[in-house]
Design a protein around this ligand. Sequence first.
Ligand code: GLC
Length: 520
Amino acid sequence: MSSTKGIFKALENLISDSQTSKPLKILIVAVESAPYASVGGFSSVIAYLSKELKRLGHDVRIFMPKFGFIDEQKYGLKLVKEGLKVPTDFPENPYLICNVKTSFSNNVQTYFLENQEYYELRANVYGYSDDPTRWALLSRGVLEFIRSGEFVPDIIHCNDWHTGIVSNYLKTMYKEDKILSEIPTIFTIHNLAIQGNFDHWHVAELDMDDGRSAVASFFDERLNKQNFMRRGILYSDAVNTVSKTYSKEILSPEFGQGLDKLLLELRSKLYGIVNGLDYEEFNPETDKLIEKNYDINSLELRLENKISLQKEFGLKESLETPIFGFVGRLDWQKGVDMLVKVLENVMKNFDVQFVEVGGGDGGIADMLRNLQRQFPDKVGVHTHLNFALSRSLFSGCDIILYPSRFEPCGIVQLEAMRYGALPLVRKVGGLADTVEDVNSVDGTGTGFVFNDFDEFSLYGQIVRAIELYRNKVLWRKLQRNVMKKDFSWGYSAKEYERLYLRANSLKNTESLNITIDRPI
Ligand code: GLC
């Protein structure tokens, strides 16, 4: 196996260099994509990876639901397919009828699957008890759309559990289909922790899904118990996560979310590609959302943003006080609960400030508001998603905190670095791959890194950052280090290009060792 793989890799390297010039037709299937629907960093990955692949010459298109809140006028949506019949496998109600509309953003074409009941009439992207039906409709809808001949891609690129069963359908129900059976699939894991509409840690033994049974019909209760994430991993030709380190971490029980054994078994098709950042969209030189524009040679101008941030959040105006920041989803994953506990002690002992922007878990939001009540002139919180405020934070704060329990990639540290704020992170997943611990003697490094998820380790690094902040010359050098780093999409998009070719080779040479209990 491993020597076959070695030959393979060598061949691919040879092939890929000559083939990458050949434009590929790529269809990316996802629930969110900016600017149409954005809940988290996921949506910018879909949008900006596509934009970069397009720049490389590929014909890349996105397929997503047409949620009711997507403004048809604003984005100029046009109908491309009326009355697409999507089979449900449920005899009493055999088809759901959908339309497909289209629009362009950043030169990339997006297709929207339109359905009144499942997308149009829902105010939110996620959070409904019938989400498995909604995503099964998307997954089967995209395959029926391809069959209609409107756009036949060379590769289907699926993302997270919502689209995990695309490859499952393709390898079972559609395995005799002339068009579909030829198309390789890749599956990107942005977050292994969410595997379906259930807590995968608390599934009764009887309800455990090994992924080998047929996909249940749209209206069958069993669909809610099927593990779409597991199925995406099992049936896709290649699988990747959004950083190299996370792709290795998930092979262990600590990070594998119960799927580590499966991933170990299938590791020959598992890859890691770190996310990038759109350097045109995120640019302190031109960003219209920030108070004062600046670049690596005019970092002193950044202080105006610092004052503006302090004003915005009602904090004491002081250039000498380091401002720590947090931007992101309030989620157990991100370690904000531990952060608040540590900050309580930091606030008592040091002249520092803290600003937070981002919503999510109500309990964590309460902890933050409570911290703010204790230290009103030192702490500012905005417990809702807000893109403009996030930019003010990146451009005005000194250190961005990211003490995650696990982190598949993380984008906020890349955004912060682009704006000259230093990241303070736990050494996990994409944070380990993108932040290098500072060496205060020779002034190298890009941030503050700690290993263990515990309060002492985090506290220690915060104190270290406060100390180093006093050394103005060193701090300026560190700010330049982070701003010189290039995390733009160019490199990662090239890696995806290679992965698409690899998926094609894997599809043609390695047969899946899967037995389906009910062939369809
Ligand atoms: C998920 C992950 C995050 C990653 C993002 C985009 O939100 O938690 O680490 O950066 O997806 O891939």
